[in-house]
Design a binder for this molecule. Structure first.
Ligand SMILES: NC(=O)C1=CN([C@@H]2O[C@H](COP(=O)(O)OP(=O)(O)OC[C@H]3O[C@@H](n4cnc5c(N)ncnc54)[C@H](O)[C@@H]3O)[C@@H](O)[C@H]2O)C=CC1
Ligand SMILES: CC(=O)C(=O)O
Length: 316
């Protein structure tokens, strides 16, 4: 049964992303116990000790320890971040060959424990991997989700903040589709201070004449690649995203987040996981919000769906 114990979160893969996500969970005091698993046991142990060593200065003590797959049995959430640091000048989809075997092995081990909580997939290509984990686990669709375009949506808001000088939290709306090159900013959904973004720019020409939606969208799409080129991977943005998703599920906050979830007729798509606004509850991904997209946006979502589906073919 899916629980609301806020008791245990397991992270599988304690590399750059997993360890930073663990830090986010610890600093926000999201659960009672955080268990770290990595096939390099010494790395997981080092991260666990290092994270726990700040206990004196945390608002709430989250006990961090290493474990094994038997710890997944009673876990509320398992976060999967196995893989490798993203190579420069590549795509997330190109990671499939490297990641799929690792994720298959991890999901099999997690399910063998008797796990019945929520899987949060982070490993790339995240939409394909979330679909694969859903198929391989046999869990209901609610209980398997990927981080989807939640990070891209946060990046879009951050970049709008940079371009306008306003707090990014004033921005509403979504990046949708694949967490990859076919993602798109659904501009018809984007607002600033409650005003449609295009209207906001038009009404404030004197201040924002140089702001271009095409440039903002391109920067959003390229942001991950730029960070990878600069520092060999991304970790803080995704870690905040993972902590936010874990929080809203564990605390049954019912926030609407563009996670990667199964489309089963929504937006006219079937049998594909994509980033779409989704209500998160204690049992995971619930209602998908079907937005009134423009025809062009619909076509972009369909393109993402076809692309992701094509990479899922033949995996099972
Ligand atoms: N969804 C998103 O928005 C994002 C996804 N990512 C993805 O996260 C993944 C991890 O990236 P990094 O942490 O930078 O890589 P990393 O190389 O630093 O860490 C990967 C970790 O996975 C572990 N691992 C590999 N196979 C394993 C297995 N079978 N069982 C247990 N542990 C295993 C490795 O020992 C290593 O500690 C990549 O696929 C990357 O593309 C990264 C950033 C954002
Ligand atoms: C690596 C990756 O997927 C990202 O930072 O968006």
């Amino acid at each position: 049964m899916v629980t609301m114990n806020r008791n245990r979160v397991v992270i599988v893969g304690t590399g750059q992303v997993g360890a930073t996500a663990a830090f986010g969970i610890v600093t926000h005091g999201l659960c009672n116990e955080l268990v770290l698993i990595d096939h390099f046991g010494a790395k997981a142990l080092g991260e666990a000790h290092d994270l726990d060593d700040g206990s004196e200065f945390q608002d709430r003590h989250v006990k961090v320890r290493t474990g094994d797959y038997s710890d997944c049995k009673d876990a509320d959430i398992v976060v999967i971040t196995v893989g490798r640091k993203p190579p420069a000048n590549s795509t997330r989809l190109a990671e499939l060959g490297f990641t799929v075997g690792l994720v298959g092995e991890v999901v099999a081990n997690v399910m063998a424990s008797g796990f019945n909580g929520v899987i949060v997939m982070v490993s790339n290509p995240v939409d394909v991997m979330a679909w694969y984990a859903w198929k391989r686990s046999g869990l209901p669709r609610t209980q398997v989700l990927g981080t989807g375009t939640a990070l891209d949506t946060s990046r879009l808001k951050t970049i709008i903040g940079e371009e306008t000088g306003l707090d990014p939290r004033n921005v509403g709306g979504f990046v949708m589709g694949e967490h990859g090159d076919s993602q798109f900013a659904a501009w018809s959904t984007v607002s600033l201070g409650g005003k449609p973004f295009a209207r906001f720019l038009a009404d404030n020409q004197d201040r924002f004449a140089s702001v271009s939606t095409a440039e903002i969208e391109a920067k959003t799409r390229m942001r991950g690649n730029e960070i990878v080129a600069a520092k060999g991977g991304t970790n803080f943005g995704i870690a905040s995203t993972v902590a936010g998703i874990v929080q809203t599920i564990l605390w049954d906050e019912r926030r609407i987040v563009p996670v990667s979830t199964l489309l089963d007729g929504e937006y006219g798509e079937h049998d594909v996981f994509l980033g779409v606004p989704t209500e998160l509850r204690a049992n995971g991904a619930n209602e998908i919000v079907e937005l009134e997209l423009t025809e062009e946006e619909h076509a972009k979502l369909h393109h993402s769906a076809e692309l992701v589906r094509s990479y899922c073919q033949g995996l099972l």
